[in-house]
Each structure stands twice: as structure tokens, then as C-alpha cells.
Design a protein. Structure first.
Length: 402
């Protein structure tokens, strides 16, 4: 849902020299938005498949900002000082002739999803099977079986302690025989029946539920700040410059669900690197660590065989972008003709917020594309210095440095 919000402004221009006085007013449209799809309901189950989703929110001063401007001065060409003056004022919403607002949020960096895919696949590759977790749902049945077996053990022990004479003496009377018969019918048999029923129910439950699900997650983040110098104007000689400051944060969340398909042996081979000769060949190259400093080729190659031994069940990638917009650093431009007894100021305020969230769903396990040169932050002098030091040490020593 989008809502157009008119925001008012008013201005005043007084010129005592020529009597051209005017009062003006109007409005500038801003936008409030909250767009999202109707909810998709998926049946409750042990595992629920992810669904696509999007949402866009605009709030606050998105396409406009609030401004107050004042200018008063005299033109020497009009005559003696103090006889004539010009006065211009303005207050309310402005949009720098339409250049303040933007129709779209900046797009996330194109390599963000790639980074998340590689991170998630490497987590899967390094994951060890957690047998206690796989048996977590069996705890109640295990306790029942254990308690029953302990009770049966006690019963058997008591019977074994009876010697033949003792047993014979026990059953000399009909009452003693009937008591043992009742113990068998109402003691041992129900316990054995409980054990059998519990294990059968557990087996049926696990056949219906399937193997345990393994989930890997990854998080990536990118932030950018921009400063754009804009010009705006009002009645008469009201012209000012200001900065449009924007801060944008992109976050990406990756979730991939798998079940084991080939047991523990394949997973062990993957962890040992036996199933990926490309990774081993890359690691053996003399200068691969230098290339990895610029482009993470090693991680990319290592992730290629991460899904060996696993069956993909489902996954999604959600990216959220937040942007804050603010006008600041206002400066009034001087009028070249009105130079005497000048008093002027301009101020501005207002904060705009925009959010966009999108979730995409994978039908097959995502595979990252070959990484490319990423943008190196020029301010990260330490990062550059570390890279130069590594390279220099490797060249001077003639050995590979890790």
C-alpha cells in the first residue's frame, strides 16, 4: 500500500524599492509505503519448506525535507543605506527541484549472495554428524526401555536366586504357583509389551519423519555511505546548498537444509579433501595465497564438493536493505547585488527511512560462481600493508607463507 502525503510550504518576498511584494504557498508530495504480499500458509510439519517473500517500507521524510530560510539586505544601487531593503523567507517542505528523492534503494553488492553461498557450503563441509542430536527425540523411549529392563533384571535376579529346593518348596502349594503365575501375567508380560510397543512406535515415527535434517546458515553484510551536494531555492534571492547524506546497510541471510544420503564415510572423505582434487591442486600452486588475498578462489574451490554425501531438502536467501536519508550542512548563497546590512540563515531537518526485504527460494543446492576482484577499501591501509608484507616475505624467502 502506497500513500501520497502532501507537505505544505510557504514563502514571502518583499521589495521596498519597486514594491513587488508577494506571498506564495503550495505543497510537495511525499510518499509513505508498506507493500507486502498476502501471507502464504504452509502446513505444520517437522520440516516446512521456505516460501518467497518481499516487503517494502518507506517512512518519514523520504522525498522531501523541512527547511527554514531567511534573507534580508540592501542593494547599493537603490539609494542611501537604510532607505530600501529586500526581505525573503521560506518555511516548509522542499525537494531540491525533485533531486532529493530516489525511486529505488541502492542494490546490494552483486557478490553478497555468492559470499553467503560459499560460507554456508563450507559450514556444511566442516560439519560432523551429531549422533546425540539425531537421537534426541528418542530420549523418552530410551528411558522407558531402560526402566523396564532394570525392572525385568530385578525379577530375573530374584528368580535365579531361588535354588531348586527353594523353587520346589515355593510351588508345593497351589497358592504359591498362582502367585508366580500372576506375577508373570501382570508383571513381566506388561513390561515386555511396553518395551515392544515403544520400540515399534519409535520405528514407525522415524520411518514417517525421515532422517534428521541438518541446517547450515550464513550471514553477510555490506554498508555504504554517500554524500551528495544539492542546491535548492525559494522566493527572491533565497538560494542555498546542502548535503544529502545517505547511509545504506545490506544484510544477507542464507539457510540451507540437508539430509545425509551416503552415510558417514563419504562425509569423512569430503572433510579430508579426498573428493576435491581441484582444491588440492590450487593449494599446491606457489602463489595461490596471494591470489586468495584478492579473490577467494581457495574457498570457492573448497565449497565445490561440500554437498557430496548430502541430499538437498530446501533453502532460501533473504536480503534486507535499510537506508536512512538526512539533509544537513546548509549554507546560504550570497546575492551579488544585495551586499549591505545582510542578515541571512538557512536550516533544515527531517529523516527518511526506507527498507526493502526479499527472500528467494532454492529448488536445488546453490553453487557459487567464480569470484571476481572485489572492491578494496582505500582507507584500509592495514589490509594493504599486510598483503604487501606477505608478498615481500614470500619473495625474499623463496618459500610459501601462510
Amino acid at each position: 500500500m502506497s500513500l501520497v502525503i502532501p507537505k505544505a510550504w510557504s514563502g514571502l518576498a518583499i521589495n521596498t524599492f519597486n514594491g513587488l511584494n508577494s506571498s506564495t504557498s503550495g505543497s510537495i508530495n511525499d510518499t509513505k509505503k508498506d507493500d507486502k504480499p498476502l501471507p502464504i500458509r504452509t502446513p505444520r510439519a517437522r520440516w516446512r519448506p521456505p516460501t518467497p517473500y518481499y516487503r517494502t517500507i518507506w517512512d518519514g521524510d523520504v522525498n522531501t525535507y523541512q527547511c527554514k530560510a531567511y534573507f534580508r539586505g540592501e542593494d547599493p544601487r537603490w539609494g542611501p543605506a537604510g532607505k530600501y531593503y529586500a526581505l525573503f523567507t521560506l518555511s516548509g517542505a522542499r525537494n531540491a527541484s525533485g533531486y532529493y528523492g530516489q525511486s529505488q534503494l541502492p542494490s546490494p553488492p552483486i557478490n553478497m549472495e555468492n559470499q553467503a553461498i560459499i560460507k554456508a557450503r563450507l559450514k556444511l563441509k566442516g560439519m560432523k554428524v551429531n549422533l546425540p542430536q539425531a537421537f534426541a527425540e528418542r530420549g523418552q523411549t530410551v528411558r522407558l526401555v531402560g526402566d523396564s529392563l532394570r525392572t525385568l533384571r530385578t525379577m530375573v535376579r530374584d528368580v535365579k536366586r531361588l535354588d531348586l529346593r527353594g523353587v520346589k518348596s515355593k510351588f508345593k502349594s497351589a497358592d504359591a504357583y498362582l502367585n508366580r503365575w500372576l506375577e508373570l501375567q501382570y508383571g513381566w508380560k506388561p513390561l515386555l509389551s511396553d518395551v515392544y510397543g515403544a520400540v515399534s512406535a519409535l520405528h514407525a515415527h522415524e520411518e514417517a519423519a525421515g532422517p534428521p535434517i541438518t541446517t547450515v546458515k550464513a550471514f553477510v553484510r555490506s554498508e555504504e555511505r554517500t554524500l551528495e551536494r544539492l542546491t535548492d531555492s525559494g522566493p527572491g534571492s533565497l538560494i542555498w546548498d546542502f548535503d544529502k547524506y545517505s547511509s545504506t546497510v545490506h544484510t544477507g541471510h542464507m539457510r540451507l537444509d540437508f539430509v545425509q544420503s551416503d552415510g558417514l564415510v563419504t562425509g569423512t572423505l569430503v572433510q579430508l579433501g579426498i573428493t576435491n582434487p581441484l582444491e588440492l591442486a590450487w593449494e599446491l600452486l606457489p602463489w595461490s595465497f596471494v591470489a586468495d588475498w584478492f579473490i577467494p578462489i581457495g574457498d570457492y574451490l573448497s565449497s565445490l564438493d561440500a554437498t557430496v554425501g548430502w541430499q538437498f531438502k530446501g533453502g532460501s536467501y533473504s536480503v534486507k536493505s535499510w537506508q536512512y536519508i538526512k539533509a544537513r550542512n546548509f549554507v546560504m548563497r550570497p546575492d551579488p547585488y544585495i551586499t549591505r546590512n545582510v542578515t541571512s540563515y538557512v536550516t533544515g531537518e527531517g529523516m527518511g527511512r526506507r527498507m526493502q526485504m526479499m527472500r528467494k527460494v532454492y529448488s536445488t543446492a546453490p553453487l557459487a560462481t567464480l569470484p571476481s576482484f572485489h572492491k578494496i577499501d582505500k582507507s584500509s591501509i592495514l589490509h594493504v600493508a599486510n598483503g604487501i608484507a606477505l608478498l615481500s616475505a614470500a619473495i625474499s624467502g623463496g618459500k610459501r607463507v601462510r
